[in-house]
Design a protein around this ligand. Structure first.
Ligand code: ATP
Ligand code: MG
Length: 232
């Protein structure tokens, strides 16, 4: 997509104001270029006032993109307010889940700031180079990654949280270490959402099966580690 097309897609008046606010408060400098595009967001890189690179994820104020937000987002139980408020709430949820995961010691970008539809977070990569998605770079220790990723899943779930979209498309390979990104579909664990935990586990298991890893854990054993009981 050309620069001007990205510009008109992302920067409606409200978003421009929000970017300006983060710049005025010193969290980011100019947006230096797109590093990723998703259905509902664009991710740019920028610099903070210490000149470190940061990632800036902007949720689009796009009604069509918003319509595609999976129905289960509604399981979060908040859908009041107008369209812009719902996008801002959704962004805040993602930021809160990212913060929670990071505080649990899970490899996830360090959260820096959330303002309206924008998240500023640690840039995962080295100067100028975004870490590659795990689906594109499987140069890692498969046993170590499986152990770590299942540990992360269990740790999140024990603390009442599900990533909700865990797959090699939302894991970056940063110097051989897995970093989980994109908490936009995260959910609180409950009997209404347990199937999303099962889906995350299944996705990870299928991926490692495809990598010919032999010591896959059964879903029920992982749920047991979590301490999940149906009457929770
Ligand atoms: N903190 C980060 N550091 C480096 N790159 C990042 C970071 N966050 C996101 N990216 C890049 O931006 C891309 C899109 O980010 P993310 O998956 O969070 O957005 P999304 O809109 O939810 O995407 P999708 O709809 O495709 O799942 C990622 O695939 C990754 O390449
Ligand atoms: Mg993603």
């Amino acid at each position: 997509m050309t620069k001007s097309k990205v510009f008109s897609h992302v920067f409606d008046e409200e978003t421009l104001r929000n970017v300006n606010k983060l710049q005025g408060d010193g969290y980011i400098s100019n947006l230096l270029g797109p590093i990723g595009t998703g259905k509902e967001s664009y991710v740019f890189y920028s610099r903070d006032f210490h000149d470190n690179i940061v990632a800036v994820k902007i949720h689009r104020h796009n009604i069509d993109a918003f319509k595609s937000i999976p129905a289960y987002i509604r399981l979060r139980g908040r859908k009041s307010g107008g369209f812009i408020k719902q996008i801002n709430d959704w962004t805040r949820f993602e930021y809160n889940f990212l913060s929670k995961a990071h505080n649990l010691g899970i490899n996830a970008p360090e959260p820096i700031r959330c303002y309206e539809n924008i998240i500023v977070m640690q840039f995962i990569g080295s100067e100028g180079n975004t870490a590659k998605l795990a689906i594109k770079d499987s140069d890692f220790n498969v046993e170590r990654w499986y152990t770590l990723l299942t540990k992360f899943i269990v740790s999140m779930a024990k603390n009442g949280m599900i990533h909700g979209d865990l797959s090699p498309y939302n894991i970056l390979n940063y110097n051989g270490e897995p970093f989980i990104i994109d908490f936009s579909q995260a959910l609180k664990l409950s009997s209404l959402t347990i199937n999303f935990l099962v889906r995350d586990i299944t996705n990870i298991n299928n991926w490692f099966l495809s990598l010919k890893y032999k010591n896959i854990k059964e879903t029920k054993d992982i749920l047991e580690e979590v301490g999940w009981k149906d009457d929770n």
